[in-house]
Design a protein around this ligand. Structure first.
Ligand code: G6Q
Length: 543
């Protein structure tokens, strides 16, 4: 890794200087001085067109940012990841989600094992199983075909599957019902199963470790529900399959490991939707569409691996995020898909971006002296325009926004799609250029109201356009953000692939659970707030 601390790098210092010069400039001026930037500041890959011209950046900014990427050894670290080196240093693991989508016949040997061959072995088994469920050949305990598939998992074992199912619903089997249970709140599983018949329901228990308490609690309750309806433990075998790396625990739970689909420790939870964790996705859309999705991921991987940095979509988006976070003090980035099927995409991205880059020490364990991962959030357009966009337009914070739109709807109706897309372009335009005081006055506005109607503009956007939402495109879109996250994490010198921050809460919850369950008053030794809250809860519980 690079030895020069981030803020001492020559390109960083040049960017500081450059920011002092152009940071205050308005997009109105940048466009007036350089009318060609809308045609020039764009890039395209794997079916995605990126317009980044409405960013508070010039060609010189982009040149310096690319220089920062070079000086931060982005290319070397990217190549290390693709070779299977252990770039997840704090967990001493390789990071090889890119191997999950390498084509059949390709080979990547890591520590003596051809991981691509292993990936395709699992994909073929998944395809065989998905076909059996889809064709009705896989029968439940009473001989009925499966009609309902319930994925039980949390975090990376839930957000990818649910997002992909919603995103690709158009391609899914409409005679099958898909549900996703993640929360340990019993309402989640109760509501997910209340209208289902157990003899036609299949549970896919998805857990890399098979040790996650929420998932195990839900899996046990699902088993109780099933056995309660079907009257025998023997029914479990035909109604439960597992996706995991831990065969021993799967067997302990009572799932036949012949019905287990594996993956590897080099697949991080939030990077696993295209591994066996995507089993529910494959049952929903079929193996062919699943393979198309993998091909989309792979096309973006190849673009990231080979395209020059200045034309590389994930690199450009990652660098622009760094530019705003570290030089403009930006705290959050919005991602607004103008596509109803992508309604869970922002939630998925929250985990991908924030669990990856929410770190405050470098790979060497030094506390950083600069900001790292921003908050990512969003909602589908146009809904957000009628709620929180006000703050983006006229609030006091700078929030760069990614707007995602498509050339065609999968459900065309009257002129809905043009109405939808007009809003994408209008929002980007309004955010960038706003409305000046003179313009507001010229409309004959009451002088007292003028300041309220002024839109200062200069709010940056990226606009991503694609032809239509296909499995291939979804794969490319997810890979785009994955590699943008990697680009940011590399500049910041952090480990984007561990998640130690989620551990402490889990440990404390395990300590507190017996104190809540104890029939007699427990001896509480926490801080006074936690002790009082526990006592209060115990009283509420009994009242
Ligand atoms: C993701 C995280 C985390 C993980 C869940 C579920 O990168 O590691 O969200 O996916 O905690 O873990 P299991 O799959 O092991 O149940």
């Amino acid at each position: 890794m690079t030895t020069t601390p981030l803020r001492d790098r020559a390109s960083w210092k040049a960017l500081e200087q450059h920011h002092a010069e152009i940071g205050g400039r308005h997009l109105r001026e940048l466009f007036a001085e350089d009318p060609g930037r809308g045609e020039r500041m764009c890039a395209e890959a794997a079916g995605l067109y990126l317009d980044y011209s409405k960013n508070r950046a010039t060609d010189e900014t982009m040149r310096l940012l690319v220089e920062l990427a070079r000086e931060s050894e982005l290319e070397r670290r990217r190549d290390m990841m693709f070779r299977g080196e252990r770039v997840n240093t704090s967990e001493r693991r390789s990071v090889l989600h890119v191997a999950l989508r390498m084509p059949k016949g390709a080979s990547l040997v890591v520590e003596g094992v051809d991981v691509v061959a292993e990936v395709h072995e699992v994909l073929d088994r998944m395809a065989g199983f998905a076909q059996r469920v889809r064709s009705g050949e896989w029968k439940g305990h009473t001989g009925k075909p499966i009609k309902n598939i319930v994925n039980i998992g949390i975090g990376g074992s839930d957000l990818g599957p649910v997002m992909a199912y919603e995103a690709l619903r158009h391609y899914s089997r409409r005679d099958l019902t898909f549900r996703f249970v993640s929360n340990v709140d019993s309402t989640d599983i109760v509501e997910a199963t209340r209208d289902l018949f157990a003899d036609e329901t299949l549970f896919v228990v998805s857990s890399k470790t098979f040790g996650t308490s929420e998932t195990l609690a839900n899996a046990h309750s699902a088993r109780d529900w099933l056995v309660g309806q079907l009257g025998t433990e023997e029914a479990v075998a035909r109604h439960f399959v597992a996706v995991s790396t831990n065969a021993e625990r799967v067997a302990e739970f009572g799932i036949d490991t012949a019905n287990m689909f594996g993956f590897w420790d080099w697949v991080g939870g939030r990077y696993s939707m295209d591994s066996a964790i995507g089993l529910s996705t494959m049952v929903a859309i079929g193996p062919e569409h699943f393979r198309e999705m993998l091909a989309g991921f792979h096309e973006m991987d190849e673009h990231f691996r080979t395209a020059p940095l200045g034309e590389n979509l994930p690199v450009l988006m990652g660098l622009l995020a760094v530019w705003y976070v570290n030089f403009f003090g930006v705290q959050s980035i919005g991602v607004m898909p103008y596509e109803q099927y992508l309604k869970r995409f922002p939630a998925y991205l929250q985990q991908l971006t924030m669990e990856s880059n929410g770190k405050h020490v470098t790979l060497d364990g030094e506390v950083v002296d600069y900001d790292t991962g921003p908050v990512y959030w969003g909602e589908p357009g146009t809904n957000g325009q009628h709620s929180f966009y006000q703050l983006i337009h006229q609030g006091t914070r700078l929030i760069p926004v990614d707007l995602i739109g498509f050339g065609a709807s999968l459900n065309p109706l009257r002129d809905h799609h043009d109405l939808l897309m007009a809003n994408v372009f209008a929002q980007a335009q309004a955010l960038a250029f706003g409305k000046t005081e003179e313009e507001v006055r010229a409309e004959g506005t009451d002088p007292g109201v003028v300041p309220h109607r002024v839109m200062r503009g200069n709010r940056p956007t990226n606009v991503l356009l694609a032809q239509r939402l296909t499995p291939h495109l979804l794969g490319a879109l997810v890979a785009l953000y994955e590699h943008s996250v990697f680009t940011q994490g590399t500049i910041w010198g952090i480990d984007s692939f561990d998640q130690w921050g989620v551990e402490l809460g889990k440990v404390l919850a395990a300590q507190i659970t017996p104190e809540l369950e104890s029939p007699t008053d427990p001896d509480l030794t926490h801080d006074s707030s936690t002790n009082t809250l526990i006592r209060h809860y115990r009283a509420l519980k009994q009242s």
